[in-house]
Design a protein around this ligand. Sequence first.
Ligand code: ZN
Length: 162
Amino acid sequence: MQNSAMFREILNDHYANPRNHGLLADKDYITVHLKNPSCGDDLTIQFKLNGEEIEDIRQEVSGCAICCASASIMSELLKAKTVSEAEAIIHEFRLMVSAEPFDDSELDEALCLQGVSQVPPRIKCASLAWLALQEGLDNLEQFKEHKHNDENNQDNNEAKSV
Ligand code: ZN
């Protein structure tokens, strides 16, 4: 791959300088926590909707470089997108890392992660943040209810393993 050196540089930059890093204690944010036991990645993302727009995304990862860089790239790429735009990009990302034909027009820096499709143990690392956002979007009502019921017990939402 002729771009591999540039891709590696972008990944290293996201790993060293993660974008949108750190969680907020803001009840307007929906929080999703996922784990990838096969690698030890432990990821939390938060996002805030403003109508149909994803107004903000926050992320915090304890895990491998691929997982951290991917969460940073996801947070930057999908912020300020509408829910349907974000879902379409997540879909193309998942096709890409599965080595399926995909549309690269909206993936931007996420294209740096294309190489993981050739390294099966890394696919979950690269996908975790994108799966977490999709899970939040799929379960908006449930997460809102959960927030409402457990305002004083943040740890009640046990991390799920994927
Ligand atoms: Zn990992």
